[in-house]
Design a binder for this molecule. Structure first.
Ligand SMILES: C[S@@+](CC[C@H](N)C(=O)[O-])C[C@H]1O[C@@H](n2cnc3c(N)ncnc32)[C@H](O)[C@@H]1O
Length: 191
């Protein structure tokens, strides 16, 4: 078992939701921009965003390396009366099906080598919504990953999607979900 899998299974092992049940505020705010269709939630964790997408009529595939996270996500979906499909995968290797998705969501997971696969996985006109920590988050002392490779450099996320049509981009320190966080958030469309 990979160290990441063990760590996240432990974190998701408790009854409480480590990352909460509320969807990510940036996703919630912009849900109206996304026509219903097939959605992929990358590194879906305990399913807060996957379940929210299903509640908004999306046909959701949720992928993650933590079986405990996926199990909680399935139960959470059942409780809300919606369905999501879950897949236990290692995103170091996982090949996203090409041209399948209308929307790909990537929240608080940074694997730069996955970006070309995300792009290929979208249909033409499909959209990506992406948010994760900036390097300056480390100065805030409000949690987050330990290793520097998991943080975005200034304008990095914008550059990673420069061949897409950028519909929304922001960087900065925001107070959302009850705590301060330094993040980059992007919505972009495949041309
Ligand atoms: C900070 S959590 C974010 C979860 C979710 N996106 C959210 O915002 O609630 C990071 C997630 O990445 C998953 N993960 C870590 N390494 C992974 C890998 N190699 N393949 C698939 N998932 C991975 C963890 O299990 C965890 O659910």
């Amino acid at each position: 078992m990979k160290a990441d899998q063990k760590r996240w299974d432990e974190r998701f092992g408790k009854k409480e939701f480590a990352l909460g049940k509320e969807p990510n505020p940036f996703l919630k705010k912009h849900i109206h921009l996304f026509p219903k269709g097939r959605a992929l939630d990358i590194a879906s964790g305990e399913g807060r965003n996957a379940v929210f997408l299903a509640q908004h009529g999306f046909e959701v595939d949720a992928v993650d390396i933590s079986e405990r996270g996926l199990k909680k996500a399935r139960k959470f979906a059942r409780g809300k009366g919606v369905k999501i499909k879950t897949f236990l995968v290692d995103l170091d290797q996982y090949q996203i099906e090409k041209k399948q998705y209308n929307l790909i969501a990537n929240f608080y997971f940074l694997k730069r080598r996955l970006i070309p696969r995300i792009k290929k996985g979208l249909k033409k006109g499909g959209k990506v919504i992406f948010e994760t920590y900036l390097l300056e988050h480390r100065t805030l002392g409000t949690g987050g990953p330990k290793q520097a490779k998991y943080f975005l450099k200034p304008n990095e996320l914008l550059g990673l999607f420069k061949d897409f049509r950028i519909l929304f981009y922001r960087e900065g320190i925001f107070r959302e979900g009850g705590k301060r966080k330094a993040v980059a958030s992007l919505i972009a469309e495949k041309r």
